[in-house]
Design a protein around this ligand. Sequence first.
Ligand SMILES: CC(C)(COP(=O)(O)OP(=O)(O)OC[C@H]1O[C@@H](n2cnc3c(N)ncnc32)[C@H](O)[C@@H]1OP(=O)(O)O)[C@@H](O)C(=O)NCCC(=O)NCCSC(=O)C[C@H](O)C(=O)O
Length: 356
Amino acid sequence: MTEWTDAETFARALERADTKEKGNCFEDFEEGDLLEHDPGLTLTRWGNESWMSQTLNHDPAYWRTDAATARGFDEPPIHPDFLTAATLGITVEDLSEKGGYFLGRTNVRFPEAPVYPGTELRVESEVVETATSSSRPQYGIVTWRTRGLDAATGDVLCSYERTNMIPRRQPVETDGGSAGATSADDDPDGGLPAEFVTPEGGYFEDFAAALEDADGRDAAVAYRHERGRTQDDVTVASLPLATLNTAKQHHNADVMGDSPSGGIVTYGDVTRSTALGHARSDERTWREVGFDDERFHTFVASGDTVYAFTRVLGAEDDADSPEAGTVRFEHIAFNQDDEPVYSGTRTAEIQKRSRN
Ligand SMILES: CC(C)(COP(=O)(O)OP(=O)(O)OC[C@H]1O[C@@H](n2cnc3c(N)ncnc32)[C@H](O)[C@@H]1OP(=O)(O)O)[C@@H](O)C(=O)NCCC(=O)NCCSC(=O)C[C@H](O)C(=O)O
């Protein structure tokens, strides 16, 4: 009788067996395809608090009822970072489980109404672009437009466009990319302004005053945040799985050993949310409006530490609430070797020290 668990016999069985594959390759996506993602998620307070605590997002309005009601919420709502990560997590089985990397995202928007614990999330995506990667013949580049909806009402809760590198079934001929196309800059300081201005506090007025101070001079409002968060099993594997993110990049060290990163890596939304948590700890956030031009520059892995750097791009007294003004930031997450790992622009309403 065949002993299937005999090591040699089993190795031969594995060689001969078909694998019932998960996920889609580049060739499976066509511009205009619509995908209704099957998984769904109830946005729970537990999920929200796990995400927020592990990424150091401690805005009291998301933790305490008195702080929530002072912000105009009925109770601590679901944080936009967790909502964004959960919306993306649900799409992974269809869009990126095959193992490509999350390159960037733009036009991340949240309608003004808060999302409360207990809301059931349903997610849909449309393929907006497929492109050849000139530098990596084994991969193509796909962009999707994704919407996270309240399953009960159909209201849009979160939307964005995301771009990933997606493995091809068949590598293609490419021109090998444009290596060497960038020219070295003669300026040893890389063209940075002569002076960096740091806002005195975290209120809208502090950002506006710092921008005014820098205006007309060779100066930028730019500063770094002290906190760092070293990546561990919780941030690398547990947080993405809690959003139903099945990307093997975050939990299958066996397969990822033979990949561009050489091992499992942190979910892009964990890296981003951690950097934003550091930045928010130095400001009085009132409301998140949106994010653009998000880019993941290099891998973050277990043992790496995520820090954050902020540049203030603009401040306008035009927020919907009289309690706040609108500030535009660029946030850059960087690692222990000072390498940028994420960058993106963010528009947020920041609390005023005094109401008009
Ligand atoms: C993945 C990388 C190692 C690739 O590096 P490299 O080969 O040096 O190329 P580029 O980074 O310049 O980009 C590859 C090609 O993709 C195009 N690109 C890049 N960004 C965008 C964008 N936002 N929109 C459109 N196209 C974009 C470039 O132009 C290149 O094109 P071509 O020259 O024709 O080949 C490196 O990028 C890297 O290490 N990035 C970090 C990736 C990462 O760590 N992401 C987060 C973790 S993975 C994740 O979170 C997965 C998630 O769960 C999910 O499922 O999505």
